[in-house]
Design a protein around this ligand. Structure first.
Ligand SMILES: [Zn+2]
Length: 401
């Protein structure tokens, strides 16, 4: 699903520690000067097909990335996750106090064989190839920001680059999430929006199924002996439809409505599925309570089955501080951008759910994810690496305290 986006105008400024701007400028210049190295890594990584579940390929790429991380001064660790391949955790220790994670994933949505058809390429302005924005470009940006951070004053306690092998197919939290317990902030490396915006809010979702059970009967011979499950469920579908826009940002769609046994039978069974999205956990909880407040239909049983769904990334005061700091750093680097909220989901939703202030969309500027036209802007890697480094230093300097 293509996320619908809402722009927010943020004009208020934020106090940045001096060291944050200086570090942002130093790292941006360093990454710019070594852009060839970053592109070489990115080309290597894009040219390994890594669809979810292709464990051999995913692990091969994780090993290649771990080797690069080690050569840049990080301490990589490959963490096996049963049936899902290796997660990469690469740490860099600093001289400060803040613990910050750079959250990535190295699986893509493209099947084996995609690289043979359209390998990594660039035209001087954009880079292309499967996963170039979502999110191998984000990993390259994060790793090269870390490489540059390693050669400076290291204003942080620890920077930990995390790359999951199963983000695109996993309906639950990253499996090594507990390793980030106590972290001060998470920067998620999904690409920036096409206009450069970072992502400071993501909607959460809830999926559910409602089953209606009535009583089948011959529709011509004995219709009144039946209890029509389809009719009851249609009324429920109309009732639930009122949830759409019932609160600011809340959306609801009945996504399936299935029932009946045959042309001349009063239907004894039916089910519907629903897709609910909301900005806050409170809105989603409220809406789910409405979902369960079934009408009563004589002779019909209704039962709800929870199918899960990602939590929202809420624009908390901490997230707002991070977003403002990021934009101030962008302006200082002559790379201004706004912030956006989206209906799409990322692993940043899960770290936010775990209580760690999380800012998303910090990867390169790009777009058309999950399509053959996916791209990232070459000129955005260096300034955004600078923004990332500046954010790390800002958190260490007390931005969130
Ligand atoms: Zn992604």
């Amino acid at each position: 699903m293509a996320p619908r986006e809402v722009k927010q105008d943020v004009s208020r400024t934020v106090e940045l520690p001096d060291k944050a701007v200086a570090e942002a400028q130093r790292v941006a210049a360093d990454v710019e000067a070594r852009l060839d190295l970053l592109l070489r890594d990115l080309e290597t990584w894009v040219n390994v097909d890594t669809p979810g579940g292709a464990i051999e390929e995913l692990d091969a790429l994780a090993a290649i990335m771990a080797q690069a991380a080690e050569s840049y001064g990080l301490h990589p660790q490959l963490v096996p996750v049963r049936g899902r391949g290796l997660y990469l955790h690469a740490t860099l220790e600093g001289r400060g106090v803040a613990r910050v994670a750079l959250l990535c994933h190295h699986d893509t949505v493209f099947p084996l064989g995609t690289v043979a058809e359209r390998p990594f390429s660039h035209d001087g302005r954009h880079v292309y190839g499967p996963g170039v924005a979502d999110m191998k470009g984000g990993i390259a940006l994060a790793l090269h920001a870390a490489r540059a951070l390693a050669s400076g004053p290291r204003p942080f306690g620890v920077v930990e680059l995390v790359s999951a092998s199963d983000e695109e197919t996993r309906p639950a939290a990253p499996l090594t999430l507990e390793r980030l317990e106590g972290f001060d902030a998470v920067f998620c490396m999904e690409c920036g929006r096409a206009d450069g915006s970072i992502v400071s809010a993501r909607k959460g979702g809830r999926w559910f199924r409602i089953r209606a059970t009535g009583r089948p009967a011959h529709a011509g011979v004995d219709p009144d002996a039946g209890r029509n499950a389809v009719l009851a469920l249609c009324q429920e579908a109309l009732r639930l439809g009122a949830l759409h826009h019932a609160r600011d940002g809340l959306t609801f769609q009945v996504t399936q409505l299935v029932g009946g046994e045959g042309l001349n039978t009063v239907p004894g069974h039916a089910y519907l599925t629903g897709d609910l999205r909301g900005r806050t956990a409170a809105d989603l909880d409220w809406a789910m309570a409405q979902v369960r407040a079934f009408g009563s239909y004589e002779g019909i049983d209704l039962a709800e089955e929870d199918l899960g769904g990602p939590p929202p990334l809420e624009r908390s005061p901490e997230v707002e501080s991070l977003a403002r700091a990021a934009q101030a750093l962008g302006r200082a680097l002559d790379h201004p951008f706004g912030e956006a909220s989206t209906g799409g989901v990322s692993d940043g939703s899960w770290t936010a759910w775990a209580g760690i202030p999380t800012l998303d969309g910090l990867g390169p500027v790009g777009g058309d994810d999950h399509t053959p036209f996916e791209y990232a802007e070459l000129g955005s890697f260096a300034p955004r690496a600078g923004v990332l480094a500046g954010l790390v230093a800002a958190v260490d300097g007390g931005l969130l305290r």
